[in-house]
Design a protein around this ligand. Structure first.
Ligand SMILES: C[S@@+](CC[C@H](N)C(=O)[O-])C[C@H]1O[C@@H](n2cnc3c(N)ncnc32)[C@H](O)[C@@H]1O
Length: 265
């Protein structure tokens, strides 16, 4: 239990700030969660309630830390791999696969499980590739850059890939696994806010934006989808999460038969 009382106005102000900064739409059902997160951040920043609210209003980094606590960064290796497998197979059947470097952007990559999942599958096929992986949250990006995970996050990784591309920890790292350098070198991590940042002038063969639009409302999802459309080569892929849909959004992608969460430009 926490003793914080949030007035309707304070809740609406916070909701608005989170929405404007990240596109995340907090509904009233999140009130209790919000209160416990504020209490946690107050303890961590050693501030009173009023001090914390005004600090939050004047500090973008704190807003992002705060958003971090109200969203889920949940991810794991080989999550919803069907769309990734389809993209990897298509790359492997590409007529210029021997000379081409495939470029991929994992927007909202969380702790890195997703880009490394793609990297090991492409590497196993001997393809040449680079992955740009981005997220709004500084803390998930630092985990991704370290590349060290609890064993249970890798339980879906096929054995041969597990043995080839990861190192088991020992001593104080018992129970953890590290991604090998030869995989990590293909992936670069950077902070990117899907709402407020403009994509670099790069064209990708595939863009993944999975399990984040679920937090966005329709107009925001539509803007993000169209923003990412412009970063994909003609014929390139756009993957969303299995629980997400582009239905009812105005967009120019074509769907792929048999892989519902995968689209083609
Ligand atoms: C549930 S995780 C999804 C991770 C991965 N894509 C997957 O499917 O397993 C959602 C991620 O979206 C990020 N996120 C939320 N709002 C964002 C925004 N406006 N711009 C970029 N990333 C955002 C969160 O920080 C979080 O790491």
């Amino acid at each position: 239990m926490n003793s914080i009382v949030l007035s309707k106005k304070q809740f609406n102000d916070l909701k608005n700030m989170v929405y404007v900064t990240s596109g995340i739409n907090l509904h009233e059902g999140k009130l209790e969660l919000l209160k416990s997160k504020i209490a946690k951040r107050m303890r961590m920043t050693k501030k009173s309630f009023d001090q914390y609210l005004s600090y939050l209003h004047n500090n973008e980094r704190e807003v992002i830390e705060f958003i971090d606590t109200v969203t889920t960064n949940h991810s794991f290796f080989f999550r919803e791999n069907k769309s990734i497998e389809h993209i990897v197979n298509q790359f492997n059947n590409h007529p210029q696969k021997k000379s081409k470097e495939f470029k991929i952007w994992c927007a909202a990559c969380s702790t890195g499980d997703e880009p490394y999942t793609i990297a090991i599958q492409l590497k196993a096929l001997g393809l040449s590739f680079s992955i740009q992986a981005t997220d709004i949250s500084h803390s998930v990006l630092s985990t991704a850059i370290r590349g060290i995970y609890r064993n249970d996050k890798l339980r879906n990784v096929p054995r041969p890939l597990l043995h080839r591309f990861f190192q088991r920890g020992s001593g104080k790292f018992d129970g953890f696994i590290k991604v090998k350098k030869e995989v990590m070198q293909h992936v670069s991590f950077q902070k990117f806010n899907l709402i407020t940042d403009t994509p670099v002038n790069e064209q990708y063969d595939a863009v993944l934006c999975r399990n984040v639009m679920i937090y966005f409302d329709h107009p925001t999802s539509e803007k993000v989808t169209n923003k990412l459309y412009n970063s994909i080569v003609p014929g390139g892929y756009f993957a969303i999460g299995n629980a997400e849909s582009l239905m009812n959004l105005n967009h120019r992608f074509n769907s792929t038969p048999r892989v519902p969460s995968l689209y083609i430009k």
